[in-house]
Design a binder for this molecule. Structure first.
Ligand SMILES: CC(C)(COP(=O)(O)OP(=O)(O)OC[C@H]1O[C@@H](n2cnc3c(N)ncnc32)[C@H](O)[C@@H]1OP(=O)(O)O)[C@@H](O)C(=O)NCCC(=O)NCCS
Length: 454
């Protein structure tokens, strides 16, 4: 459930559903308006209008007044406790002795059975791919659907010391068809001064024909049980829907790399007073990167990148506690999955800066000319010597060279420092971050968050 909104409505002033609308189960915001970010004309997408801000606040308060029959029973921050700073930070419930953790799986409706999915097995991985490709997150207007590749899924689900038992499928007993999925992977996440062993929960998906039957709560309880069996008691996850209670709420921003295609497929819209050729010119990038010593990360760089990243992530309230094995897994380039670049000083050979993005295409539904939108998602970036703006501009240049149509970034960490200047436009959906069984006294600002979930 590492997801936000995937809203395809593109003129933010007239988006069909307000950001964070409770009805949208969706993921990343995939859309924005192609107005000239540098123009002095009245605000379009660059700043939220008064009406939009009001609509968002109304939606948020409606979401918060909704009952959550399942989530109200779980050890998560509850809406009624918002603003109660007398409650302590940290675990909401203490761990129970492992012998007291329920030993047998939760009951499913009679026609279904649990099925642990071995992601090393090609056919199983293909079944998971197909379930998600047909049933995972769509935008509000059903124009796009995430299309995580099999290689991506294998990468996302098999980090160091992963548990196969946390890759949980639900099958129809009679046909063995895979109809639902949820996963966890282990992670060490630092919350302020405390490094906490957690599960990162992701890829919650129920087949379209089985929705609204309360299958999701059973799946969440089952993954929780299996996480508990490994003596882990906390989790991190994201969603486009408002649940009790976000630790922070972020927004996706989009940088057009192939504006003509984005407009043709309805991802974005020609801005007022913009022509296609002017739009193409606006987003044009140099043919090659500008920073001396900018190159692809290699295996030999793992120690230096780990040092750089640890030094950087230390400043955020919530961030992963990466060691070298994590960096090798999560950040060493893998074709069509994750790209990482760094700056090696031509004089000292010191590694001074780092940037990375992962590749998450979306299927374009019902378009005669195009079937796939190639999207790069900003991952972890560290600048110590190269200005962040220049570093990220080089990231855009390599993403363009690799054929991506759009470069997406959340407003987490220091990303706000480059979004507007590099001509990203704000999307119209939100991504909420959650912690399970861990209370923060106050919600964080997106810039206090140092965690990107896939
Ligand atoms: C998300 C999804 C699995 C929910 O299943 P569903 O059949 O719609 O809902 P169910 O009837 O099984 O369960 C509803 C409960 O799940 C909760 N829920 C819904 N989406 C959720 C999410 N993304 N994360 C956590 N809980 C979620 C609901 O809030 C509700 O609990 P509540 O009564 O306490 O509020 C399903 O809609 C789906 O596969 N959507 C497409 C993929 C997707 O959006 N995945 C989640 C990405 S974050």
């Amino acid at each position: 459930m590492a997801d936000g909104e995937n809203n395809a409505s593109n003129n933010s002033a007239s988006s069909s559903s307000p950001p964070g609308s409770p009805g949208s189960d969706l993921n990343r915001t995939l859309s924005h308006d192609e107005s000239d970010p540098n123009s002095t004309s009245p605000p379009t997408t660059e700043t939220e209008t008064g009406i939009e801000a009001l609509a968002r606040r109304v939606q948020e308060s409606l979401s918060m007044s909704k009952r959550h029959k399942f989530w109200e029973t779980q050890p998560v921050g509850q809406f009624k406790d918002l603003g109660d700073s007398s409650l302590p930070e940290g675990p909401i419930e203490e761990p129970t002795p492992l012998s007291e953790v329920k030993q047998d799986p939760y009951n499913l409706p009679a026609q279904y059975e649990w099925s642990t999915c071995d992601m090393e097995d090609g056919p199983t991985c293909n079944e998971v791919y197909a379930l998600l490709a047909q049933n995972y997150v769509e935008d509000d207007e059903n124009m796009f659907r995430f299309n995580y590749s099999t290689n991506f899924l294998r990468w996302a689900l098999r980090p160091p010391a992963y548990f196969k038992s946390w890759h949980i499928g639900v099958r129809v007993k009679a046909s063995k068809k895979l109809v639902a999925f949820i996963t966890g992977v282990p992670a060490r996440i630092r919350v302020r001064n405390e490094v906490v062993k957690m599960a990162e929960i992701n890829f919650l998906c129920v087949h379209k024909k089985l929705r609204s039957k309360r299958l999701a709560p059973v799946m969440i309880k089952e993954v929780t049980r299996r996480v508990h069996l490994e003596n882990i008691w906390q989790a991190a996850y994201t969603a486009g829907v408002v649940l009790p209670t976000p630790v922070t709420t972020c927004r996706y921003w989009h940088r057009s790399l192939n504006p003509k295609k984005l407009i043709d497929v309805g991802f974005s819209r020609l801005g007022p007073r913009m022509t296609m050729s002017r739009t193409i010119r606006l987003y044009k990038l140099p043919g090659s990167t500008v920073t001396p010593g900018f190159r692809k990360m290699e295996l030999r760089d793992v120690p230096a990148v780990t040092r750089l990243l640890r030094g950087y992530l230390g400043q955020f309230a919530v961030a992963p506690d990466f060691d070298e094995a994590d960096v090798e897994h999560w950040l060493l380039p893998r074709e069509d999955v994750v790209d990482s670049y760094l700056v090696e000083s031509p004089e000292t050979h010191e590694i001074t800066d780092f940037c990375s993005f992962y590749s998450l295409p979306s299927s374009i539904l019902n378009n005669a000319n195009y079937s796939v939108l190639k999207a790069a998602y900003s991952y972890y970036n560290v600048s110590t010597k190269t200005p962040l703006l220049q570093l990220m501009n080089d990231a855009l240049i390599v993403a363009k060279q690799k054929g991506f149509d759009v470069f997406n970034a959340l407003d987490v960490m220091h990303n706000e420092g480059f979004l507007k200047e590099l001509k990203f436009g704000p999307g119209d959906g939100q991504l909420h971050y959650y912690l399970y069984n861990y209370r923060l006294r106050n919600p964080l600002k997106p810039s206090e968050l140092g965690l990107v979930l896939l």
